[in-house]
Design a protein around this ligand. Structure first.
Ligand SMILES: NC(=O)CCC(=O)C(=O)O
Length: 275
């Protein structure tokens, strides 16, 4: 009960076609190494920055990147969590993750719900909301008898969202993300471990590789955390692939041995989706 996952820490540059071609190549290589699920990083077809989103944006599923991911998933015969791309929809832009099954069919589409607007003086100021709109839906999909939830980068900071995905039955949460050189060393691993521990499930964080010459320098360090909150494996900041087994039995093991899910005081508090 489980599957092999590959987290692809891609090197991303300004050449969109090259970024896509590199992703397609890595999807095939991961499949050859036995991966059943391949996940790409946030903003993998474009440099990460508000000035780039409009230029690199495409429609889902008709755009160049969607078509390439669908084809790669079908040809390799593997499920692809397609990182994120700037998506154009009805004159708005979103930061969007698409998921493709092993026949190339679009299984799920998640629009980043929490936009990355922060201001840390003399370190980093970023305002996604200057150009992006926020999504408004929790997203999960079925995979080999399990349910997988999707969040995007800053979404990782919101335990309520992870809680709702766990409540929907997810055993694994995948977050394509690109933390930076200020928040990355402080919070990236901590938040991944926190979400895994508080929801008692697997968490995968997938970053682009670091490019120190880029306007926004990604922290890298893609990682997989088990439901005990332990880091199973973590990359450094170079391009690379993390290939590991996701054992779903561990989810049941932790949840039965530390039964916080049954011990919540829902007579006093609750987290629900407002419709
Ligand atoms: N792309 C993002 O959402 C970055 C989030 C981030 O760096 C953080 O600290 O949160």
């Amino acid at each position: 009960m489980g599957f092999k996952i590959a987290l692809i820490q891609l090197s991303v540059g300004p050449d969109k076609s090259k970024n896509i071609a590199q992703a397609v190549k890595e999807i095939h290589l991961a499949k050859e190494k036995g991966a059943q699920l391949v996940a790409l990083p946030e903003c993998f077809n474009s440099p990460y920055g508000t000035k780039y989103f409009d230029e690199y944006a495409e429609e889902v599923p008709s755009g160049e990147t969607s078509r390439a991911l669908s084809k790669a998933a079908a040809e390799a015969g593997v499920c692809v969590v397609g990182g994120t791309v700037p998506e154009r929809y009805e004159k708005k832009l979103y930061n969007t993750c698409t998921v493709w099954d092993d026949t190339g069919k679009l299984l799920a589409q998640h629009r980043k719900m929490h936009l990355f607007d922060i201001d840390i003086p003399n370190k980093i100021t970023f305002k996604e909301s200057e150009v992006l709109s926020a999504g408004d839906k929790i997203t999960s999909f079925d995979f080999l008898g399990s349910k997988i939830g999707i969040g995007i980068c800053y979404d990782l900071r919101f335990p309520e969202m992870a809680h709702l995905m766990a409540k929907e039955g997810c055993s694994l949460l995948i977050y394509p993300g690109a933390f930076n050189m200020t928040t990355g060393p402080r919070h990236w691993e901590l938040l991944g471990r926190a979400r895994a521990t508080d929801q008692q499930l697997w968490v995968a964080l997938v970053s682009p590789a670091r490019d120190s010459a880029a306007g926004y320098v990604a922290w890298g360090h893609s990682l997989l955390v088990d439901p005990w909150g332990q880091v199973v494996e973590q990359l450094d900041h170079e391009p690379g692939v993390l290939l590991a087994d996701v054992d779903l039995k561990v989810v049941d093991e932790v949840r039965s041995q530390i039964p916080i899910r049954k011990q919540r005081r829902t007579d006093i508090y609750d987290i629900t989706i407002r419709s």
